[in-house]
Design a protein around this ligand. Structure first.
Ligand SMILES: Nc1ncnc2c1ncn2[C@@H]1O[C@H](COP(=O)(O)OP(=O)(O)OP(=O)(O)O)[C@@H](O)[C@H]1O
Length: 300
């Protein structure tokens, strides 16, 4: 379990992260989204023990991460700008990882060579941007970390490689309870990986949700009635996040169990009734609207 407790970080006068509280369950995949400059990278670096928070603390497996070498050996961070030793080949970089991470698994490193299919004798800095990213995953996954922190990880990867890497992450989560924290700008991209999503804006965590709950609990409803009284009576019984009129049809975004909503709407005898699934992006737009934020400005 990871606990972020009231974490704040300032750079001179700039507050990059403002009193963030969040928890990430062991074996889950947490997606961190937000606008440019929202504070995602700063928070990830605090989680990885690279930055010391000005206030608050981060506990992983009940231990504080900052300056805790033995804990850091179980946590791997892949930053958005990758760093490898100049002139190092993949094998040489692997030697370095092996010396720092006690969990290093040589057999896995060799097995993953078939997945990434890059000659380990090649110098990393001469590889393409996407290939360097593959090397970062190859080395990181060979360390068998308990926690993997990924800052904009899929940038530059082709669709086949993205899928392969997602599958490797799923495998580690399922087989050995790996916890993954992943930052991205793209809700659609991480929709199919994460079980939790948090959205940051101006240093704050403005929304945090479990995806399954959201998906089974939010519905798009189209209804039309012959009388406004029927409509008013139905609306009073529903938990509505958003509504708009399209001609005689009322488009509603409602929260609640599908069957329960259906019963309420049907008992009001609508002329037209349809329930449609929402994309995750739509759900967030309405949820954020509910807490007073314009998500269009936050997600790109
Ligand atoms: N080392 C630093 N020195 C000074 N200010 C910094 C430093 N790192 C980050 N900041 C500031 O902190 C704020 C948050 O930056 P951060 O990189 O955490 O945002 P982000 O959400 O990762 O942004 P992006 O999506 O653009 O990568 C920004 O205003 C940034 O200018």
């Amino acid at each position: 379990m990871i606990h972020v407790e009231g974490v704040t970080k300032k750079f001179e006068k700039e507050t990059a992260v403002a009193t963030i509280e969040l928890s990430v369950k062991t074996g889950s995949i947490y997606g961190l989204l937000g606008s440019n400059g929202a504070g995602k990278t700063t928070l990830l670096k605090i989680l990885a023990g690279i930055y010391r928070p000005d206030h608050g603390n981060v506990h992983i497996e009940k231990q504080s991460i900052y300056e805790n070498v033995s804990l850091k050996q179980k946590v791997v961070f892949i930053p958005d700008s990758l760093y490898f030793f100049p002139q190092a080949t993949i094998h040489q970089m692997a030697d370095y990882y092996r010396s720092f991470y006690p969990g290093w698994n040589q057999e896995r490193y060799e097995t993953l060579q078939q997945v990434f299919n890059i000659d380990p004798h090649r110098k990393i800095q001469r590889l393409s941007k996407g290939m360097q990213r593959q090397v970062a995953f190859w080395l990181s996954l060979s360390c068998m970390p308990n926690v993997l922190i990924l800052d904009e990880p899929i940038d530059g990867l082709d669709p086949v490689m993205r899928q392969k890497i997602k599958n490797l992450l799923f495998q580690d989560v399922a087989e050995r309870d790996l916890t993954v924290i992943i930052s991205s700008h793209n809700l659609r991209e991480i929709e199919d990986i994460c079980d939790h999503v948090g959205i940051m804006h101006k240093g704050k965590l403005v929304i945090e949700k479990e995806l399954d709950d959201l998906k089974t609990d939010t519905h798009k409803i189209q209804v039309a009635f012959s009388s406004p009284e029927q409509e008013t009576s139905m609306l009073k019984q529903l938990n509505i996040l958003h509504q708009e009129k399209r001609g005689s049809v009322n488009l509603l975004i409602g929260k609640g169990q599908k069957q329960h909503i259906e019963e309420i709407v049907r008992s009001s005898q609508p002329l037209v009734f349809d329930m449609l699934p929402l994309t995750l992006e739509e759900i967030f737009i309405y949820e954020m609207g509910g807490v007073g934020y314009e998500i269009e400005n936050i997600l790109i």
